[in-house]
Design a binder for this molecule. Structure first.
Ligand code: ADP
Ligand code: MG
Length: 550
């Protein structure tokens, strides 16, 4: 691993920083990721009382050079990225350089590390270094985190029982073990070994080690490899029946939550007797997935989302639904059947096939079937050709309209932020928050309240984008509503405005397509919730007239 440097302020500004330490499992997750980034072959985890009293993670990775060791624990120091450009091609689990610093802040921590030459042991308390000494150990790193939140009693109240916290940790380890088959993982809880997962030869062997029978017996392999994308998964057959919680999704080896992909899988199975169990790994080029949208890196955004979902659903139909014994062979839809799936199909073709298949009744007077190409102009407007002319879409206004209608009609599921954003409100903002929290909750923005005007945002409407800066302005704008502050629709407009794509944000072709699809599925696609135009249309006649052609 390269040497550890401090990130420059402009890179810091661009990363979705936030709180990464919410409970013991967050500590274990960050330490496992560091060990994996360091190329460990073996990771041993030991916890006491569900990690509340102690979490220890020992690895045999590269270790940290003696001269770098104290820097590793400072905020925004990392060996994994340096420039803004690096954020676009992240191949490591970590890149923000804030996990060790955040954990150190809220615990008594000890780091012992060696790169095989000169070892180091650092002892910290509440983020303060108490001792740094030379130490002797083999190559690798051991981090002990004791008395988590000893200096933040409010956080302790939110922890679950030791038993529950232990289960969360075991579940987290199993998740990384599923996807890192060349690494051995062990977990010891209160002195007893509770998990020991040996190295496996490949993904499938590892999955079969971890997923229990009878689910395992009913799993079928589905692999699709097109261009530089590879989708590999084990899925239960459609006739599988049983209760389970086996729904694992990885993108470029990162465990993620991606509701859109879950929906795609459910759609393929149509009416399953039981919900399908699966372990799915999608590998795409690093620059086509944005991992920088959420502090925990749990949520990512695929640039070619539509393409990926199309390939996934075609692959599943071909390998799991049709081929599996006892499965219904008929696929009742009008998409090209799996038998006709051309293996050498290009991405473009797939995208074209899948894009314009929204139900007819959702369309308004601009037909989707007419839209062919998109250009984004100055990262602000989208130009799209239609059969009868041209439309220009204001990306921010359009997204505001989509979010507004989704939250007002209760169509938006809220997306849970695993590691929520904390806001320390001033007295005025706090008053506004108190007055509007019931409506905000109803709209999919959920909070937890701590003492002394600290609130933690937990959930936001699906599809929306939010960061700390967006939230800071939210209460100010809600306050500006004056005597309309109790009106749900008015608050929904403010929420939509703060969570929509901004002008200046570059969109991929797929994002443009998706935005336009969703806009025209709205009841009132032509204006933003404040009444500004979201779309302007030019017919060919109008253009011809402007050019004096008629
Ligand atoms: P990040 O992982 O985002 O870089 P961290 O705060 O988790 O930030 O770690 C800071 C740096 O410390 C890493 O970039 C890495 O160089 C070093 N480091 C942390 N843990 C380990 C480990 N287990 N083995 C080797 N190096 C480590
Ligand atoms: Mg890290």
């Amino acid at each position: 691993m390269g040497s550890i440097r401090s990130l420059s302020p402009d890179v810091r500004d661009k990363i979705a920083a936030g709180e990464v330490v919410i409970r013991p499992v967050s500590v274990v997750k960050e330490l496992i990721e560091n060990a994996l980034d360091a190329g460990a072959c073996r990771i041993d985890i030991s916890i006491s009382e569900g990690g509340k009293v102690k979490c220890l993670v020992n690895d045999d990775g590269t270790g940290i050079a003696h001269d770098d060791a104290t820097r590793a624990i400072e905020r925004f120091t990392t060996s994994k990225i340096q420039t803004l450009d690096d954020i676009e091609h992240i191949a490591t689990y970590g890149f923000r350089g804030e996990a060790l610093a955040s954990i150190a802040q809220v615990s008594r921590m000890e780091v012992e590390t060696s790169d095989g030459t000169k070892g180091t042991r650092i002892v910290l308390e509440g983020g303060e270094i108490k001792e740094t000494v030379e130490s002797f150990r083999s190559k690798g790193t051991r981090v002990i985190v004791a008395d988590l939140f000893y200096n933040l009693p409010a956080r302790l109240k939110f922890l679950k029982s030791s038993q529950r916290e232990k289960q969360l940790i075991i579940e987290c380890v199993r998740e990384y073990a599923l996807i890192c088959n060349t690494v051995q993982f062990t977990v010891t809880a209160d002195g007893r070994e509770v998990l020991n997962i040996p190295v496996a030869r490949n993904f499938e062997e590892r999955v079969r080690m971890i997923v229990p029978r009878p689910v395992n017996d009913m799993m079928v392999d589905s692999t699709v490899h097109i261009g530089d994308m590879r989708i590999k998964g084990l899925f239960t057959r459609p006739d599988f029946q049983g209760r389970h919680t086996i729904r694992y999704l990885f993108i470029n080896k990162r465990p993620v939550k991606y509701p859109r992909l879950y929906r795609t899988i459910m759609q393929v199975y149509q009416d399953p007797k039981s919900s399908p169990a699966f372990v799915l790994h999608i590998e795409v080029p690093a620059d086509t997935v944005d991992v920088n949208i959420h502090p925990t890196k749990r949520e990512v955004k695929l640039r070619d989302e539509r393409y990926v979902t199309d390939v996934l659903s075609q692959g599943l139909k071909q390998h799991v639904i049709i081929r599996a014994p006892g499965s219904p062979v008929m696929i009742q839809d009008h998409e090209p059947g799996p038998a006709s799936l051309p293996v050498s199909v290009t991405g473009a073709q797939f995208v074209q096939d899948g894009v314009f298949n929204l139900p007819e009744q959702q369309s308004s007077d601009v037909s989707f079937h007419e839209v062919h190409e998109f250009w984004q102009v100055h990262n602000m407007f989208i130009f799209a050709q239609t059969r009868s002319g041209l439309i220009i879409v204001d990306q921010h206004a359009a997204h505001e309209r989509i979010i507004f209608e989704a939250v007002m009609h209760g169509r938006s599921e809220s997306q849970h932020l695993l590691f929520p954003i904390t806001l320390d409100l001033n007295p005025e903002e706090y008053r506004t928050y108190r007055k509007t929290k019931v409506i905000l909750r109803d709209l999919g923005v959920d909070f937890k309240e701590f003492s002394s005007r600290t609130v933690v945002i937990d959930s936001v409407p699906t599809d929306s984008r939010i960061n700390r800066d967006d939230l800071a302005g939210l209460f100010k704008d809600i306050d500006g509503l004056g005597n309309m502050i109790k009106e749900k629709a008015e608050i929904a407009k403010v929420v939509a405005c703060h969570t929509a794509i901004k002008a200046g944000q570059r969109l991929s072709e797929i994002e443009m397509q998706s935005l336009i699809d969703k806009l025209f599925a709205c009841e009132h696609p032509y204006t933003c919730p404040h009444g500004r135009p979201a779309v302007i249309r030019f017919s060919m006649d109008e253009l011809a007239a402007r050019f004096g052609r008629t």
